[in-house]
Design a protein around this ligand. Structure first.
Ligand SMILES: Nc1ncnc2c1ncn2[C@@H]1O[C@H](COP(=O)(O)OP(=O)(O)OP(=O)(O)O)[C@@H](O)[C@H]1O
Length: 370
């Protein structure tokens, strides 16, 4: 998914209405920051709306881009791309929702509308009681955004200075800033990195810095765009643990776009599949797996080569020396399977491979029940 940044505006894009439908991002960092006082004192409630009201609300939201392409030497053809085609959904206070779909499905366009960078061509969209495109700066105080593939930190500054700049931009009260910083430094292991310029950080270190930066001003809603892409296992685990803790302790609402189904499995009780700019599925990950009858794979390393493992609920699909691959229904729990195998075979190691999101969605389409 393409991050929101200076390049967010497609070079071919022409606004579909005359009123500046593409709002350019402000200077670095890429996400708009408010130039007004930190709102803690003035906030009516955690989400500025009555209890039980959705934090994110879309009704029949559309986004159409007009693209002009060169045809031959002199002619230009005008085509319309309907990136989002009538999206309707709500996200409640404190939910963690996975927002997935194939390339070009409209995920990035949705997030850009939710941050106010793009103006919808039609429909109603509200985040934390605010209409994003109309009140982008007001909204910026209520949301945090993290992009896996692009940093919103200042490239040449040490992490500590980036955080300090954000404190000034958001006018975060000193005590709150220190409290948040201490907590994030501790939970995300940022201590040794604070004096290091962002450009010298590894991807995993930079991602942890970006997550802390997005949360210093206590946003109610966090958008995460591929937060674990390219990270090693240890960093992935740390990031997921942190997000779980954030959601549990602060009730932060999280909308997560990812191609890693393990992110969804470990973080989100709800998943939305979007394709052709529409919601194709909205429910649990297990429900999605069972519609498409998708499979996970248990990779078992035995202490020594053995004939194919025989166990109820799984089928060996490949054997290579002491390693065996067993397919089992993705909606089933792996625990009894692992226990049954461990009981009868000498195990050296095992891991679980999730199906690719694309294959889950393909199976969903193939199923006649959708
Ligand atoms: N600025 C733009 N101008 C013209 N077309 C655009 C623009 N931005 C996106 N599109 C088109 O809108 C459709 C949805 O794109 P979008 O980036 O929202 O998809 P996505 O689900 O985020 O995909 P990916 O995971 O590949 O980033 C695609 O057909 C894309 O080419």
């Amino acid at each position: 998914m393409t991050p929101i940044d200076r390049d967010a505006v497609h070079p071919d894009a022409v606004p579909t209405d005359a009123s500046n439908s593409v709002r350019p991002a402000v200077a670095s960092p890429a996400v708009a920051h408010p130039a007004v006082a930190h709102p803690d004192a003035a906030r009516p409630g955690p989400f500025g709306s009555t209890d039980g009201a959705p934090v994110i609300e879309l009704r029949d939201v559309e986004k159409t881009f007009v693209v002009r392409r060169r045809v031959g030497r002199f002619r230009r053809a005008r085509t319309e791309v309907r990136a989002v085609a009538g999206l309707t959904f709500q996200v409640g206070h404190g939910e963690m929702v996975g927002y997935i779909g194939p390339n070009g499905a409209g995920k990035s366009t949705t997030i850009k509308m939710l941050t106010g960078i793009l103006v919808p061509s039609g429909g109603v969209l509200r985040v934390a009681g605010v209409e994003p495109a109309r009140e982008r700066l007001r909204l910026a105080r209520r949301i945090g955004v993290v992009f896996g593939q692009r940093t919103t930190l200042w490239w040449d500054l040490p992490l500590r200075d980036s955080f300090g700049l954000l404190r000034r931009i958001y006018k975060i009260p000193d005590a709150r800033f220190r409290e948040n910083l201490d907590r994030f430094v501790d939970l995300l292991d940022l201590g040794p990195l604070l004096e290091v310029p962002v450009r010298q950080l590894s991807l995993g270190q930079r991602m942890r810095g970006d997550i802390a930066a997005a949360l210093l001003h206590d946003p109610d809603v966090l958008y995460l765009d591929e937060p674990t892409i390219g990270l090693d296992i240890v960093s992935k685990v740390k990031v997921r643990e942190f997000l779980r803790d954030l959601n549990r302790t602060r009730g932060t609402t999280i909308l997560l776009t990812t191609h890693d189904l393990t992110d969804i499995e470990q973080l989100c009780s709800r998943v939305m599949v979007i394709d052709h700019g529409r919601v194709m599925y909205d429910g649990s990950l297990d429900g999605l797996h069972s519609i498409g009858e998708s499979e996970r794979t248990l990779v078992v390393d035995l202490a020594e080569p053995q004939p194919a493992i025989e166990v109820a609920g799984a089928t060996v699909v490949r054997v290579d020396g002491p390693r065996q691959w067993l397919a089992f229904p993705a909606a089933a729990s792996a625990a009894p399977l692992v226990a049954a195998i461990a009981d009868r075979y000498p195990l050296a190691d095992l891991s679980i491979q999730e199906p690719a999101i694309e294959s889950v969605i393909a199976r969903m389409y193939a199923s006649s029940s959708v």
